[in-house]
Design a protein around this ligand. Structure first.
Ligand SMILES: *Cc1c(COP(=O)(O)O)cnc(C)c1O
Length: 416
């Protein structure tokens, strides 16, 4: 695979300063990129950040500062949103799920957080406990689209959303719930033909419902160019298609309809870098394995989906490297697991990339890792969570410190 130069979001000198202060490995987010991405969506009435993409409370605060609202899919995410200053008794936070656990239900009711309902059972659970609760319906239109099977969120193989809208309506009436919006999140990726299909399905659902509502949501799934030649999404076009549907629905239901969008990846992916250090360069027969100090416990996307992340090299102490002399290398991590390879495809086949001749101690940087990077990381192999750094107007801010091994072990009491 070719490794063509990608636009830098933070210059090497700043990255080296950050490493010097906080040590590798670490995540870096560039504030400016997040702001730029938010502004691209300003035509929508509401931008709602799907915080599962990157849920650090400081990132949520940036969202809040620029008028972005937030989606929560768990009690933990509700608590994060509250910590960042989002309020209950408003539509600051919407809880989206196909299930609702007891503690979450309690919180959602006490703070009057609107719920985007994805299953018939959930309608019953809420209906029994909270009359007139504000709800949305997340509808499965019967088809889906996504960058991989695992991110496809519609169709009969998807567990998400409501299939039987008529039954949902019957129950909403029975329990006196207050339906305010319709939601369709059809997975990650944008293809305009598919999008038109989604919009049509949304109009159809609105006609079926035939009752005044206030919102429709286009869900998330806006792509970003991970590869150099990946096409960028045309937001103008995307908005135009949705806005047309909004107008049709508004006309049919004879009420104003607000248009929401609910991106995760689009707002944060490109702001993020994962910085790792080369710990070993191993020759195995005719192959070269470059092993770094992060594994799939930090960045799982390549292993989970075969996702591609652009990789660049940062030489230690600004050593000059010959960019013409390239080697073919497989990039792997430290985990005791042979699948711990960053250069692999969806079918788990590993491949080499061309990189300059590196040395132990140089840094390898994984680009576009602001979404589903840190938020998907784990303690696998008992490796503590690594720091998150925000680069904001030349300031270096640590927005999450490194977890200590002591903290990691503190949940377990020695009782035997
Ligand atoms: C994950 C998710 C999103 C965001 O998806 P992206 O591909 O990151 O834009 C939006 N809405 C819901 C309900 C989700 O589950």
């Amino acid at each position: 695979m070719k490794n063509i130069k990608k636009k830098k979001i933070i210059n090497s000198k700043n990255i080296l300063t950050i490493i010097e202060k906080y040590k590798s490995p670490l995540w870096i987010y560039n504030f400016k990129t997040i702001k730029k991405q938010i502004l691209k969506l300003k035509k929508f009435d509401t931008i709602r950040f799907a915080q599962k993409a990157c849920s650090n409370i400081n990132i949520l605060k940036i969202m809040k500062k620029y008028g972005v609202k937030v989606d929560a899919v768990s009690l933990g995410e509700i608590e994060r949103a509250l910590r960042a200053g989002f309020k209950g008794n408003s539509d600051d936070i919407i809880y989206t799920s196909d299930i609702i656990e007891k503690n979450t239900l309690k919180k959602v009711i006490s703070l009057k957080i609107p719920i985007n309902i994805g299953s018939i059972d959930m309608i019953k659970t809420i209906g029994k406990k909270s009359k007139n609760h504000l709800i949305w319906l997340r509808i499965n239109p019967g088809f889906g689209y996504g960058h991989s099977k695992k991110t496809n969120t519609g169709g009969k193989n998807s567990k998400h959303g409501i299939w039987n809208v008529k039954l949902a309506l019957k129950l909403i009436k029975k329990y006196n719930l207050n339906l305010i919006g319709l939601h369709m999140h059809i997975g990650s990726g944008v293809d305009y033909i598919n999008l038109k299909k989604v919009c049509k399905a949304m109009i159809k659902s609105a006609i079926l419902i035939n009752k005044k509502i206030s919102f429709i949501s286009a869900g998330g799934g806006l792509t970003i160019p991970y590869k150099i030649h990946d096409k960028k999404i045309n937001i103008k076009n995307y908005y135009k298609i949705w806005n047309k549907s909004r107008k049709k629905i508004s006309k049919f239901l004879k009420c104003p309809i607000k248009l929401e969008i609910e991106p995760g990846r689009f707002l944060v992916a490109q702001s993020g870098l994962l910085v790792s250090k080369i710990e070993s360069i191993k020759k195995v027969k005719n192959r070269i394995f470059v092993l770094v100090n992060v594994g799939f416990n930090e960045l799982i996307r390549p292993v989970l989906y075969g996702s591609y992340h652009y990789i660049s090299i940062l030489p230690k102490n600004n050593r000059k490297i010959n960019k013409k002399k390239l080697i073919k290398a497989i990039i792997g991590g430290p985990l005791c697991e042979s699948g711990d390879i960053f250069t692999q495809k969806e079918n788990q086949k590993i491949y080499s990339i061309k990189i300059p001749k590196v040395k132990k101690g140089d840094y390898i940087i994984f680009h576009d890792t602001g979404a589903y990077g840190s938020s998907m990381s784990s303690n696998y192999n008992s490796r503590p969570l690594i720091p998150e750094i925000l680069f904001k107007k030349k300031k270096i801010l640590q927005i999450r410190r490194r977890q200590t091994i002591k903290e990691m072990l503190s949940l377990e009491d020695l009782i035997l």
